[in-house]
Design a protein around this ligand. Structure first.
Ligand code: ADP
Ligand code: MG
Length: 615
């Protein structure tokens, strides 16, 4: 029974990019799965409880370890994968640093059971915070099973830093995808809190992608194949019309390792130029094979950042290969000189149903009956009670005469109003709004000309409306006569489940959220039936993009995403009542001067400014 693990000599160990291996449960998952693959496993099971905070277990049927190796594997710089510094430039394994197990054992309760094929019995080692607590001979199947419990039990600060179960689960799922995508010849099972969420049989690359991201993916893939002296490229790009608003499905693998490369990403984006809108992201699964000596994986501890010897050539080859593939599959537009390019529909819109921009109007509204603000803009606006006047002055331009405003309201302090119009001016000016270039709503106030950015203003209004509804759960739902069936990938489903409660609060109703097909039975009043799919798609994309970005609460993030996707756009025509409702609802907001994205929503051109023009 040969032992194979050796301690790396110091001079080799010192050449290895040092750093923290374990940042969160997903890092453990990555390291354990990579070890299983290096051990030649043909079936790998991943078992997770509570986003990995309670349990992460990886079971493989690989070559297992001898008793001595099992013990040694937890030492720092103990590895069977390299012996000299030279080996760093000829790597054929995922691991090489000999640090993962040592790092994991230092911050968790680890239980390893392993047996080599030719041994009759295996060994079980329990280790907690680097201390071996037991070592026993056990009967165990061939291969290795490592379970990691109570991650960061001895570093409370790190444990507290972990995100919710669902967020951690999503990071884990990302790592799982990255490993599973590059090894379609290995069978994978992934269990979360007792239920199997992925069952991936051995397959070809294309099927593996479909097994992970849903069958609808199959028809979206365009194969990419090229072999040059520098690199062999294989894999798929997604047809341009299936580009997404988020970076979701973008995968580069170099020599069977998931890598991040903004530079190569740019090459792909360049190949898609002209085929998709600038703010959309193409999907891709690209596998690069280069000479191991021409790639340096040892520049970062997580091994996802790599350095290629000849990046420029790689860029050029990648770009032209993808262009060629897109062209071959007839997805690139054909040059046609008699064709009026102004009539072209951007690719992203070709297959979509046309949704007429529509602003519904509350027909019962008569401005002369009620004069206070907070007017509902058709069904799309909740009747908002006007908020305190003081807030109106926050953020207003310096040159606005605050006193002049205040004088208007002082006498009605208790009975707050949401109208920007001074008393007595209201009726006179009610109709005095107009739209400028389908972009601004103009009106007059005492101090001058009020210019409102319609899109940003509506974003602000919707943001506060949704934020309120999510928190107090008062959204009005519109039942769908026929439930709508929508398909989502597993990743999107995870997100959907995560935000389900908030979505329900604002009026969405779902029948089942377990499978790829989701039944939507109700929607908020203002979401048109034809746009439900698009709204949910974008919401998920925006949410995924934003979920790591700092301290925003889920409610805020959702309200932001919803407001962005549902707000009146520049170019939308607004009728008189809608314009007026926009003005009134804006100034009924808590923070009318800025959009949820911190952009100015309105400005006032003072009489003085105008006078200057005439001087
Ligand atoms: P590295 O993978 O960089 O060598 P690790 O700390 O991850 O370092 O693992 C240390 C050693 O333990 C590996 O080199 C390998 O020999 C052994 N090992 C770890 N996991 C397994 C496994 N699942 N099956 C067989 N051997 C393993
Ligand atoms: Mg390893």
């Amino acid at each position: 029974m040969a032992d194979i693990i050796k301690l790396l000599p110091d001079h080799v160990a010192n050449q290895i990019a040092a750093g923290e291996v374990v940042q969160r449960p997903a890092s453990v998952v990555k390291e354990l799965m990579e070890n299983a693959i290096d051990a030649g496993a043909s079936t790998i099971k991943l078992i997770i409880k509570d986003g990995g905070k309670t349990l992460i277990q990886v079971v493989d049927d690989g070559m297992g370890m001898s008793e001595t190796d099992a013990r040694l594997s937890f030492e720092r710089h103990a590895t069977s994968k390299i012996t000299s510094a030279q080996d760093l430039f000829n790597l054929h394994t995922k691991g090489f640093r000999g640090e993962a197990l040592a790092s994991i054992a230092a911050i968790a309760h680890v239980d390893m059971q392993t047996r080599k094929e030719d041994s009759e019995v295996g060994v079980q080692i329990k280790i907690e915070g680097s201390k071996i607590v037991s070592q026993e001979v056990v009967a165990t199947p061939k291969g290795t099973s490592i379970s990691v419990k109570n991650l960061f039990f001895n570093i409370p600060a790190r444990r507290n830093f972990l995100k919710s179960h669902q967020v951690e689960l999503r990071h884990i799922t990302d790592e799982f995808h990255r490993v599973a995508l590059v090894h379609p010849n290995i069978e994978f099972h992934f269990y979360n809190n007792g239920s199997e969420i992925f069952n991936l049989p051995k397959a070809k690359h294309r099927q593996r992608i479909a097994h992970i991201f849903g069958n609808r993916m199959e028809d979206r893939l365009v194969p990419v194949n090229e072999e040059t002296e520098v690199v062999k490229i294989s894999g798929f790009v997604c047809k341009p019309e299936f580009s997404k608003k988020s970076r979701g499905e973008q995968f580069f693998f170099a020599n069977d390792r998931f890598i991040k490369s903004p530079y190569l990403h740019h090459a792909v984006a360049a190949a898609f130029e002209g085929l998709i809108k600038a703010d959309m992201f193409p999907g891709y699964f690209l596998y690069l094979e280069v000479d191991p000596s021409s790639i340096d994986i040892n520049i970062h501890p997580t091994k996802t950042e790599v350095k290629f010897d000849d990046e420029n050539t790689l860029y050029a080859i990648l770009r032209s290969t993808i262009k060629h593939s897109l062209g071959q599959f007839n997805v690139a537009p054909i040059l046609d000189f008699d064709h009026d390019p102004n009539l072209d529909t951007p690719y992203a819109y070709k297959e979509r149903d046309a949704i007429l921009p529509k602003v519904t109007v509350d027909a019962s509204f008569n401005p002369f009956i009620e004069k206070t603000g907070g007017r509902a803009m058709g069904s799309s606006f909740q009747k908002t009670s006007a908020k305190g006047w003081e807030s109106m002055f926050e953020g207003l331009d310096r040159d606005i005469d605050v006193e002049e405003f205040s004088s208007v309201v002082i006498e009605s302090e208790s009975e707050v109003q949401g109208s920007l119009y001074a008393d007595g001016e209201v009726e006179e000016h009610l109709a005095a709004t107009f739209q400028l270039r389908r972009k601004y709503v103009m009106s007059t106030v005492r101090s001058g000309l009020l210019v409102i950015h319609q899109n940003r203003a509506h974003e602000r209004i919707l943001f506060e409306k949704f934020l309120g509804e999510i928190t107090v759960k008062e959204g009005v739902s519109q039942q769908l006569l026929f439930p709508l069936e929508l398909t989502f990938s597993k990743n999107e489903l995870t997100v959907l489940n995560e935000i389900k409660e908030s979505l329900t609060n604002i009026g969405f109703a779902f029948e089942s959220l377990e499978h790829e097909t989701v039944k939507v039975t109700g929607v908020p009043l203002m979401v048109p039936e034809s746009g439900i799919g698009t709204v949910l798609d974008r919401l998920i994309a925006d949410y995924m993009e934003g979920f790591d970005s700092g301290s925003l609460s889920q409610a805020e993030m959702l309200a932001k995403a919803l407001s962005k996707n549902l707000a009146i756009k520049t170019g939308d025509v607004l009728d008189q009542e809608s314009q007026l409702a926009l003005v009134n609802n804006l100034f009924a907001c808590k923070e009318p001067s800025l959009s949820p994205f911190q952009k100015v929503t309105y400005t006032i051109i003072s009489e003085g400014d105008i006078d200057k023009k005439f001087s």
